[in-house]
Design a protein around this ligand. Structure first.
Ligand code: NAD
Ligand code: TYD
Length: 349
């Protein structure tokens, strides 16, 4: 029996990782540790919450003493660390909370793991889930590889870059067995509707303006979240200790083209006239420090560990739009309350 601590398991990607591990590995105990910020939602895990190999613990990764206690109480063998503040726009308004959670929180977990394992590292692993945004921005050519130098531009990516450095420092200094993956933009069910794809699906279906930053020409490499969860599973089991793997879909899109696909799909599924929602597109001031292009070369992961994305973007978007339209109650539940204030502060209405 292995005891695996998944941090941030009530969030978007974390909930998909928890679901996959709980369902696929009945011989693992999955301990989901999450403090339940605005982005954490236990409703994301309703389907597996009563499984015998699943436990939820509400705790803050920054609380080092409590992390030490939890590592010992559950006899943790491995960590999959996803807990983070994850939204670039929020990091521009409040960089402190990003430094606290993403840097100090990661450090607190690393120290707790080091203390618990006490030099007996056989069968132990600290898996840190990171982002391609640590590499900065690309021009029109080239792809991020695992050896691209770090060059973060937003407080979010700077805090994630720093946490990656701490993870490597613990591997090199104390021999803590670690692995890091850096993934491109994810989309799919259970994503908080402050991020582009769920926000725009929600706004299109409720006839609200679509705030496109700048000219909408920035490029992102989109990956279906369940493919990311599968990649994490592969790297967790087969990844080389001390190594880094890039995860991406070889699926680059300009924002404005993604938005047009969303409009076409939502309008069709709601039985509206073709192109009816194009008028909702509203160009607004650009995000400060807005990275122009992200694109991941994930061939190392394919060549060494055999992982490949399973879904084409059109198919993934169709599934995703259908999910949000069928789960209006989930969206309404989490977009009430303090999110309304955030939306007003961010977009003025
Ligand atoms: P999310 O914001 O949806 O979820 C984050 C989760 O962490 C929430 O459940 C929240 O409650 C929890 N959390 C935050 N602070 C915490 C704390 N102090 N203690 C305990 N729990 C805390 O984020 P996400 O999009 O699911 O991203 C998960 C991870 O994947 C992050 O580390 C992020 O940097 C990384 N990542 C995300 C993407 C993406 O496209 N969303 C891409 C690549 C990498
Ligand atoms: P986002 O989902 O915030 O992810 P990230 O910034 O981590 O890539 O944004 C994706 C792209 O969409 C990014 O180029 C910013 C743009 N964007 C908008 O144009 N309008 C919006 O309201 C949001 C949230 C994002």
């Amino acid at each position: 029996m292995k005891n695996i601590l998944v941090t941030g398991g009530a969030g978007f990607i974390g909930s998909h990782v928890v679901r996959l591990f709980v369902n696929n590995y009945p011989n693992y105990n999955i301990i989901n540790l999450d403090v339940l910020t605005y982005a954490g939602n236990l409703a994301n895990l309703k389907d597996i919450e009563h499984k015998p190999n699943y436990t939820f613990v509400k705790a803050d990764i920054c609380d080092y003493q409590n992390m030490v206690k939890i590592f010992s109480e559950f006899s943790i063998d491995a960590v999959i660390h996803l807990a983070a503040e994850s939204h670039v726009d929020r990091s521009i308004k409040d960089p402190f909370s990003f430094a606290k959670t993403n840097i100090m929180g990661t450090l607190s977990l690393l120290e707790a793991a080091k203390q618990q394992w006490d030099g007996n590292f056989t069968g132990k692993l600290f898996y840190h889930v990171s982002t391609d945004e640590v590499y900065g921005t690309l021009g029109d050519d080239g792809l991020f590889t695992e050896t691209t130098p770090y060059d973060p531009h937003s407080p979010y990516s700077a805090s994630k870059a720093s946490s990656d450095h701490f993870v490597r420092a613990f591997q090199d200094t104390y021999g803590l067995p670690t692995v890091i993956s850096n993934c491109s933009n994810n989309y799919g069910s259970y994503q908080f509707p402050e991020k582009l794809i769920p926000l725009f699906i929600h706004n299109i279906s409720s006839n609200k303006p679509l705030p496109v930053y700048g000219k909408g020409e920035n490029i992102r490499d989109w990956l279906f979240v369940e493919d990311h969860a599968r990649a994490i599973d592969t790297i967790f089991h087969k990844g080389k200790r001390g190594d880094t793997y890039n995860i991406g879909g070889f699926n680059e899109w300009r924002n404005i083209d993604v938005i047009k696909v969303l409009i076409r799909t939502v309008d069709r599924l709601l039985g509206r006239k073709k192109g009816q929602s194009l008028d909702l597109i509203t160009y607004v001031n650009d995000r400060p420090g807005h990275d122009y292009r992200y694109a991941i070369d994930s061939s190392k992961l394919k060549d060494e560990l055999g992982w490949e994305p399973s879904l084409q973007f059109q198919e993934g978007i169709e599934k995703t739009v259908q999910w949000y339209l069928n789960n209006e109650a989930w969206v309404l539940n989490i977009t009430s309350g303090s999110y309304q204030q955030y939306y007003k502060d961010m977009y003025g209405k």
